[in-house]
Design a protein around this ligand. Structure first.
Ligand code: NAD
Length: 242
């Protein structure tokens, strides 16, 4: 891949695993410096040592409100600028609503919705001040085809989908692009929280894709000419039974 992101700085949340790690790797390969934000200090240290000096670790538990608010100033202190925000960190609670733990629902809504909105909100003054910036949120196929076995998760992604589509139209005039990625099932650690029967079905039907597939879609979005915004990439598995 050519170094199309040379000189740019990306901030990726949930960067120590899965989609965030693949997105980090793709942007590093394209010449960007990347601030990896994650709560998992050990995984961050391991991955940044492997990825080299352009990978800058920033350990933050985004569910800690004060730590979450420190993300943008700390990323700017580390890297000097933010050209790309990949607001990606998210967790999963699925299965029957009646069985769900209400504190787990709170954590998921907080991380998947509130934190994403705050991360985007906090990055805007810097990006608007520079007159350029790309924001990509990891949504989900669930935002488009809500499935009955994950009502709260699908709702969290639906909320974020709406947020992206509205903010995009507010900040376009400042030279910013805002879009989302909506993959179906991706082979990552998150799938450990899926209902076992649904995971078995996804595996049996061959509908799982790899984090690197999602990172390719991200790179497609980032490398379009600046007058083109890809507002959402929906990655629908051909075999998916909707
Ligand atoms: P993952 O579990 O592999 O990675 C998530 C990362 O987020 C981990 O490194 C974890 O440590 C970090 N994280 C979790 N809570 C955090 C917190 N409070 N503060 C900071 N970091 C935190 O999962 P993934 O599949 O790569 O998921 C990434 C995003 O993709 C999520 O928003 C998820 O909803 C979305 N998504 C995943 C799938 C899938 O099937 N895996 C499909 C569609 C969308």
């Amino acid at each position: 891949m050519s170094r199309q992101l040379e000189g740019r700085v990306a901030v990726v949340t949930g960067a120590a695993s899965g989609i965030g790690l693949a997105s980090t790797e793709a942007m590093l390969q394209a010449g960007a410096r990347v601030v990896l934000v994650d709560r998992d200090a050990e995984a961050l240290a391991r991955e940044c040592a492997r990825l080299g000096p352009a990978a800058l670790p920033l350990q933050i538990d985004l569910l800690d409100a004060a730590a979450c608010a420190s993300l943008v100033p700390r990323a700017l202190a580390l890297a000097g600028q933010i050209d790309i925000l990949h607001a990606n960190a998210g967790i999963y609670v699925g299965g029957d609503l009646v069985d769900a733990d209400s504190s787990a629902i709170d954590r998921m809504l907080n991380l998947n919705v509130n934190v994403v909105m705050k991360n985007v909100h906090d990055a805007l003054p810097h990006m608007i001040g520079r007159g350029t910036g790309d924001i990509v949120v990891t949504s989900s196929l669930a935002a488009h085809f809500p499935t009955p076995w994950e009502p709260v998760y699908a709702s969290s992604k639906w909320a974020i989908h709406c947020f992206v589509q509205t903010v995009r139209r507010q900040v376009f005039k400042h030279g910013l692009r805002v879009g989302s990625l909506s993959p179906g099932p991706v082979a990552s650690a998150l799938l450990a929280d899926w209902p076992a029967d649904k995971l078995a079905e996804a595996k049996a039907s061959g509908s799982l894709i790899e984090p690197a597939d999602v990172a390719e879609a991200l790179m497609f979005m980032l490398t379009r000419p600046r007058n083109v915004t890809i507002r959402d990439v929906v990655m629908l598995p051909s075999q998916f039974d909707l």
